[in-house]
Design a protein around this ligand. Structure first.
Ligand code: DXP
Ligand SMILES: NCC(=O)COP(=O)(O)O
Length: 256
C-alpha cells in the first residue's frame, strides 16, 4: 500500500514472481515455490505481489494464481495482488475468478518473448473501455501498460482506467548512453502528463537495484514499482529477504 504517513508518497514494491515459476517448471518437483517466495518477500516488507500468467504457461500458471490469491487472502490481506495480462486473451478470466486489487492490462501477443510495448491511442480506446468497466465493476483497479508518451495519457484516462504503468525498459537501456538524461526526463514528463489527466502512475520492466533510485528521484509520485527479473536474479545471490530489503532501501534513498 502507498504510505502517506510522512506526508510524502512512499512507492510500493510489488515483487513479480514470474521467474520463480519459470525455474519451478523445469522439473516436476514443485520447487522453488511461488508461495514460499511471496511469503519471504512479504515478511521482509514488500507491499505487493505481481504475476503475469501468460497463455502459454511458460511460468506463472492458473494454479499459481489460485494459490497466491488464497495465501494473500488468508495471511496477507493488506498486501496488493496485481495480475498482469492481455485482457483480450486470458486476463479477464483471472480478474473474474480472483478479483485482485489491480489488473494491469498489457498488449502482449500470446507468443511474445517479453512485454515490449504499451497500448496505443486512439486505436485501442474504444475496445478497452468495456473491459476496464468490467474489471472495475468487480472492484478491481485497472492500470494500463504504457510507453512514456505524454500525448497518450489523456486518452489512456479516457478508457476509465485509474492508473498507467510506465514501461521502463527504455529507461533501463539508456543508462550510460549520452541520451540518458533526456530519456529519463521523458519519463518524468509522461508521469506528469498522466497525473494531470487524473491518472496515478506505476512503473515496471527491467528496473533493478542499479537504476531504481535514480528513476524514482526523477519521476514524480510513482505509486508502485513491479520488479521481477532483476529482483529474482538478486534473490538467487542474496536470498529473498535481503533482496527485498535492498530494493526497499533503493526506494527509501529516492525519498531522501
Ligand atoms: C508487463 C511487464 O513488463 C512484466 O511485468 C512482464 O510480466 C514480464 O513478463 P516476463 O516475466 O514473461 O518477461
Ligand atoms: N510490470 C513489470 C513487472 O512486473 C516485472 O518486470 P521485470 O522486472 O521482470 O522486467
Amino acid at each position: 500500500m502507498t504510505d502517506f504517513s510522512s506526508g510524502g508518497l512512499r512507492t510500493a514494491l510489488s515483487v513479480n514472481l514470474n521467474k520463480v515459476a519459470l525455474v519451478r517448471n523445469t522439473r516436476h518437483l514443485g520447487i522453488p515455490s511461488v508461495c514460499t517466495a511471496a511469503t519471504r518477500c512479504l515478511q521482509a516488507g514488500a507491499q505487493g505481489i505481481t504475476v503475469h500468467p501468460r497463455p502459454d504457461g511458460r511460468h506463472i500458471r492458473a494454479q499459481d494464481v489460485a494459490d497466491l490469491a488464497a495465501l494473500l487472502r488468508s495471511d496477507w490481506p493488506q498486501v496488493e495482488f496485481n495480475i498482469e495480462g492481455n485482457p483480450f486473451q486470458n486476463l479477464m478470466d483471472f480478474v473474474r475468478e480472483f478479483r485482485p486489487h489491480q489488473a494491469t492490462f498489457v498488449p502482449d501477443a500470446e507468443d511474445q518473448f517479453t512485454s515490449d510495448h504499451g497500448w496505443r491511442f486512439p486505436e485501442d480506446l474504444e475496445r478497452l473501455k468495456p473491459l476496464v468497466q468490467q474489471a472495475q465493476a468487480l472492484g478491481v483497479r485497472v492500470s494500463l501498460f504504457m510507453d512514456p508518451e505524454p500525448a497518450q495519457m489523456a486518452q489512456a484516462r479516457a478508457t476509465g482506467a485509474e492508473r498507467v504503468e510506465l514501461y521502463t525498459e527504455g529507461y533501463a537501456a539508456s543508462r550510460g548512453r549520452p541520451d540518458a538524461d533526456a530519456v529519463l526526463a521523458r519519463y518524468a514528463e509522461a508521469a506528469r502528463a498522466a497525473q494531470a489527466a487524473g491518472l496515478q502512475v506505476n512503473a515496471g520492466h527491467d528496473l533493478s537495484r542499479e537504476n531504481l533510485t535514480d528513476f524514482l528521484r526523477a519521476v514524480p509520485q510513482v505509486r508502485e514499482v513491479s520488479i521481477g527479473h532483476a529482483f529474482i536474479a538478486d534473490a538467487l545471490e542474496l536470498g529473498y529477504a535481503a533482496a527485498t530489503q535492498d530494493y526497499l532501501r533503493c526506494i527509501e534513498e529516492a525519498r531522501a
